[in-house]
Design a protein around this ligand. Structure first.
Ligand code: FAD
Length: 353
């Protein structure tokens, strides 16, 4: 079997490894639009069960999150241990991708960077027996067969940027400020020196000159000044580029069309506040690998994959949407200086504790 995987993110790389290590394909190629040196993103959370599945042992360093905390206007007003049964760990996304790529190469997968799937012709695609679209939330393969996959994409209201800081947040920490610049941030440590800091704001705040009409450095400086107390004066970093986006909640009526199958964010997204996107991507890769088994009947395998994943996706997306809407309501309440509503939302999120 000749397999073409589009996208060298966690979904595409882990699927290629599983297939290549099992010796299931005559040829397996992963194409990636970005250059090999580009690694967008900082740390991601995983359930600790995922670590043995990845099989990197000590090579993939990870941090254990010690609970949850909520800061409002510079005061820590909630500080909780982890809920029972949800042990979260964090890893560097760049490190995870580096190890996945290394293992692909060792297993004989051909990795082609600087190659955009949007430029592939139908004849290029026809050379593969199976095409695995793992090209993320804005999948060009999903778009190519949009009528067959029938994606539904809804935009979140808040604008967000995926940033980082050298301040170590040992717990999954939510910060809300509304004095000068109304912002909500999610911080969690993913190495001994770095924390992810995802910053959200309303569209109204996004339009302020300090956010959208300035350089990345000035914008990060304004965020660092807003959260100076919570960050203990540490800076906010944007990496090579500062990108403000609105979350795209994507789901698809079908996960395969002929011999083309969607996995990971190309098939579905879950809001970053839930922290399960990478887990879902790895789970899709494993489910597709299992469905393919030793079969030569690709259609049957893809039907089995779709049947196993769609119900899981629905469950994850329901929790994810609730979490996104909670963040939207929180920043609205903070921006309107509605302290009572802020406390109501805190109680609603952590009532089970
Ligand atoms: C701010 C933020 C924070 C997040 N935090 C977490 C977290 O804490 N925990 C977690 O589990 N998940 C998190 N996620 C989600 C997680 O990053 C994704 O769910 C996960 O990366 C999905 O993996 P994937 O391989 O499906 O897609 P991606 O990681 O998006 O990889 C897709 C790949 O395809 C490539 N590609 C795209 N288009 C083309 C093309 N036309 N041709 C060739 N290649 C292409 C891209 O360059 C990319 O390398 C977060 C996401 C965001 C935005």
């Amino acid at each position: 079997m000749r397999v073409l995987v589009v996208g060298a993110g966690p979904a595409g790389l882990s699927f290629a490894i599983l297939m290549a290590e099992a010796g299931r394909c005559r040829e397996i190629t992963v194409i990636e639009r970005n250059a090999a040196s580009e690694n967008p993103g900082w740390g991601v959370t995983l359930e600790s069960d995922a670590l043995p599945l990845l099989g990197f042992g000590d090579a993939l360093s990870n941090e254990k999150l010690e609970g949850r905390a909520f800061w409002y206007r510079g005061e820590r007003i909630l500080d909780l241990p982890n809920p029972p049964g949800v042990p979260l760990v964090t890893v560097s996304r760049a490190e995870l991708l580096r190890l996945l790529r290394q293992r692909c190469t060792k297993a004989g997968v051909q990795l082609m960077f600087d190659t955009d799937a949007a430029e592939l012709t139908e004849a290029d695609l026809e050379r593969a027996d199976l095409i695995v679209a793992a090209d993320g939330a804005n999948s060009s393969v999903r778009q190519r067969y949009v009528h067959a996959f029938a994606p539904a994409v809804a935009r979140g209201r808040n604008c967000y940027a995926w940033l980082a800081t050298p301040k170590a947040f040992h717990k999954l920490t939510i910060l809300v400020r509304n004095e000068k610049l109304p912002l909500l941030a999610w911080g969690y440590k993913y190495s001994d020196r770095m924390s992810t800091l995802i910053v959200e704001c309303t569209e109204q705040t996004f339009k302020r000159p300090t956010i959208s009409q300035t350089s990345a450095e000035m914008c990060c400086a304004a965020i660092a000044e807003t959260f100076a107390r919570e960050l203990d004066g540490h800076p906010v970093l944007s990496g090579t580029a500062l990108r403000w986006q609105r979350f795209r909640a994507a789901s698809c009526r079908r996960l395969f069309h002929r011999n083309v199958v969607l996995i990971g964010d190309a098939a579905h997204t879950t809001h970053f506040s839930n922290g399960f996107g990478t887990m879902c991507a790895l789970d899709d890769a494993l489910a597709l690998h299992i469905a393919l088994g030793d079969t030569t009947n690709i259609t049957c395998a893809l039907e089995a994959y779709e049947a196993s994943q769609q119900p899981k996706i629905e469950r994850f997306q329901a929790t994810s949407m609730a979490s996104m809407q909670w963040a939207e309501a929180m920043i609205d309440a903070a921006e309107d200086q509605h302290d009572g509503k802020v406390r109501e939302l805190i109680a609603a999120r952590w009532s089970a504790h």
